[in-house]
Ligand binder design. Structure first.
Ligand code: ZN
Length: 309
């Protein structure tokens, strides 16, 4: 379907394909958060909203991977899909549960001590909900940005994160391929910040919904372009530079939801006139097999997988 545009002397045609390319990313993000706010207004439990979001939006993104892909070269191997399903089911779910069980009560107690001593609520409950969500995304991101950057730029701990970069095809499940130890640390630090600041349960839920949908979009094989959004969010385009096989390029764009701290700390890597390569993955000397047990062991026996060591 084509749409004819007339503006003064200008006449042009916008194709359905280009509408999807430019609008898919913002529409899916707004729809995901709006759907969660709607379910919340209808009295759904917060955990049920997170679960429903994790069922509905990956389904839509998967559909567009088939009808509007960035490249057909990113169709994953069956062995990749199998191992990444295990990462989605285990690596990304158990560490957050463990962190919450161990530290939630203590951190909330610390927050109430700070609040009582200061005599004020730190969290700005009076702000419109959209601004509160944006604030949560920006402040929590610092708990992801620095561990992520340190994992890249410090050789001894790089093996813990190398697993995530073993992804060779961007697709629906690629973002979940992360070692549970790393998930424990990065999830924990982000929650620590939000719990200490006293962010309400509803904002924590919306932060979780946005993070889940954005993490899938960031690694999806859907043709998308972003323009000025590359200066606000950690878009799939920025993240593809981060998955480059060239270390100089991959040591950049560390953000998961927003690129605020990349801009502040000088690691924002973006060219308006140049797209990142479709050839993503680790440098050729490192090969980690598609096997969940091998993935779990990989940080501790990394010399087995890196022929340069
Ligand atoms: Zn990384």
């Amino acid at each position: 379907m084509n749409v004819l545009i007339k503006f003064g002397n200008f006449t042009g045609v916008i194709t359905m394909g280009s509408l999807i390319t430019y609008l898919f990313y913002p529409i899916i993000l707004v729809a995901s958060v709006s759907f969660a706010i709607f379910l919340n207004s209808k009295g759904f439990a917060l955990t049920h909203i997170i679960l429903l979001n994790a069922l509905v939006f990956p389904g839509i993104i998967l559909l567009f991977e088939f009808i509007h892909p960035e490249t057909k070269d990113w169709r994953p191997r069956k062995s990749e899909v199998g191992v990444d399903i295990l990462h989605a089911a285990l690596s990304n779910t158990l560490p957050p549960l463990l962190f919450k069980a161990l530290f939630f009560a203590a951190i909330i107690k610390l927050n109430s001590l700070i609040t009582t001593n200061l005599g004020i609520d730190i969290w700005p409950h009076q702000l419109p909900i959209g601004l509160q969500v944006l604030l949560a995304l920006v402040v929590a991101e610092i708990g992801f940005y620095w561990p992520h950057r340190i994992l890249h730029e410090n050789t001894p701990i790089w093996p813990l994160h190398a697993l995530h970069h073993s992804v060779e095809h961007m697709y629906l499940l690629a973002g979940g391929r992360t070692h549970p130890l790393q998930v424990f640390v990065t999830y924990g630090l982000q929650m620590l910040i939000l719990w200490l600041l006293g962010a309400p349960e509803k904002i924590l839920m919306l932060h979780a919904v946005f993070t889940s949908t954005h993490g899938i979009l960031q690694h999806a094989n859907v043709k998308m372009r972003f323009g000025f959004l590359n200066y606000i969010f950690a878009t799939p385009e920025l993240h593809r530079w981060h998955h480059s096989r060239v270390i100089k390029e991959s040591n950049s764009n560390y953000g998961s939801n927003v690129c605020t701290w990349d801009l502040v700390f000088g690691s924002h890597h973006y060219f308006a006139d140049k797209l990142p390569s479709e050839d993503i993955g680790l440098p050729p000397s490192i090969v980690i097999p598609d096997n969940y047990i091998e993935h779990m062991k990989s940080p501790f026996v990394f010399n087995k997988y890196d022929s340069d060591l």
